[in-house]
Write a protein that binds this ligand. Structure first.
Ligand SMILES: [Zn+2]
Length: 386
């Protein structure tokens, strides 16, 4: 009850807190959730019922935020839609691509246009550490700050990671063609070279390009190069085009799956896989059955790493350029078939969209995109750029 003046009493309105913004991103190699609210927020985090994800619960809080712009990235495969429980508790389901624990969780006060924030950083964990951490709900913010181990830095003599960058298409295969008649093969090579230059400048990586000039290479040869050199990461770079739709724009990231995540991704994989039909040279030979069965075991770990990198790449691209809705997808891309090299395919944007075309063909746009790719690679290997 609040007393106002003499004798005038009105009931206290327990105004519920409101969540005004929810943001998923990456910070210092950790997956970061920032929940912004109308006042200091409390939350609890628990393992989801199926044990494969997390549930974030905020007591007496209601949702008053726009849909999050990024719903996948880092360790998070998908953020669920917020649901209000009968007790007024706001619940948000967090799908994980691998087990994770809370590294730290703290509050920040209002600052500029930002309101009260609850910042939650997640790091990967072994399944048993995940189970132990969430044996009971974890109350956030955490009372004690947790020190974060310094990121590993390459020392002299240590093997530097090998990144294979694959500029899509080339030679007689132009790839997609822009509204004004420019070629995908040109953009993919320019961006691959810009990424290579930035990666080499860090001194932390060795870099190989599947092609350095405008020439045709079969998809299987691109895969074979990454495998024979024992690459630590393979990134195939592309740009898409939709003949009947000039409005669609934004980047998307793909991993390989036998069954596509959606029909659009399936159609894209068919378009990208068609590249080899433009060559009349014999196939360099697909894996024979025995080898592919043996490699299936390796490919499960590789698939996990590929998903992790794709999530990081999606988040990094989202900080730089518009993303397609459901920007993280999967389909049966032949160029992602290395069973022992983590691989992802980046579609930088749509050549059929004038804004994307301008971005992709400008030097500044290309540099921004390249910087985002390098940021994701750094995060994947646990190196925070300074
Ligand atoms: Zn392409």
């Amino acid at each position: 009850m609040i007393a106002i003046g003499a004798g005038v009493v009105i009931p206290a309105q327990a105004e519920p807190l409101r969540v005004t913004h929810l943001q998923l991103g990456l910070n210092a190699g950790l997956t970061r959730l920032v929940v912004e609210g109308s006042g200091p927020l409390d939350a609890a985090m628990a393992a989801s019922a199926d044990g494969l994800g997390l549930q974030l619960s905020l007591p007496s809080t209601r949702w008053a935020a726009p849909a999050p712009e990024v719903t996948a990235g880092g360790l998070v495969g998908a953020l669920g839609l917020p649901v209000t429980g009968p007790d007024g508790q706001l619940n948000i389901a967090i799908d994980l691509i691998e087990p994770a624990v809370v590294e730290r969780a703290f509050r920040l006060g209002p600052q500029g246009v930002r309101g009260h924030r609850l910042v939650i950083d997640l790091r990967p964990a072994e399944p048993n550490a995940f189970a132990a951490a969430f044996a009971a709900p974890v109350h956030l913010p955490l009372d004690t700050a947790v020190d974060i181990a310094p990121p590993p830095t390459a020392t002299a003599g240590e093997r530097r990671r090998l990144i294979v960058l694959d500029a899509g298409h080339g030679g007689q295969d132009p790839g997609a063609i822009s509204a004004s008649g420019r070629y995908e093969k040109e953009i993919t090579l320019n961006v691959a070279k810009a990424v290579a230059q930035r990666l080499r400048a860090t001194g932390r990586y060795r870099v190989l390009l599947t092609r350095e000039s405008d020439r045709f290479i079969r998809l299987s040869e691109r895969v074979a190069l990454a495998r024979s050199k024992e690459a630590d990461l393979f990134l195939s770079i592309h740009a898409d085009s939709l003949s009947s739709d000039r409005a669609t724009r934004g980047a998307s990231v793909y991993t390989r799956a036998e069954a596509a995540s959606d029909t659009e991704a399936e159609a894209l994989a068919l378009r990208e896989n068609r590249a080899d039909q433009l060559s009349d040279t014999a196939s360099a030979g697909d894996l024979d059955d025995v080898v592919s069965i043996l490699l299936d075991l390796a490919s499960r770990d590789t698939a996990k790493l590929s998903s992790r990198f794709a999530g990081l790449l999606t988040a990094a691209m989202g900080e730089t350029t518009p993303l397609r809705r459901n920007a993280l997808r999967a389909a049966n891309f032949r160029v992602l078939s290395a069973p022992d090299v983590p691989s992802a395919l980046l579609e930088l944007g749509y050549l059929s969209n004038p804004a994307d075309e301008a971005l992709l063909f400008s030097e500044s746009g290309r540099d921004r995109l390249a910087a985002a790719v390098v940021g994701a690679i750094d995060r994947f290997f646990g190196v925070e750029p300074r």
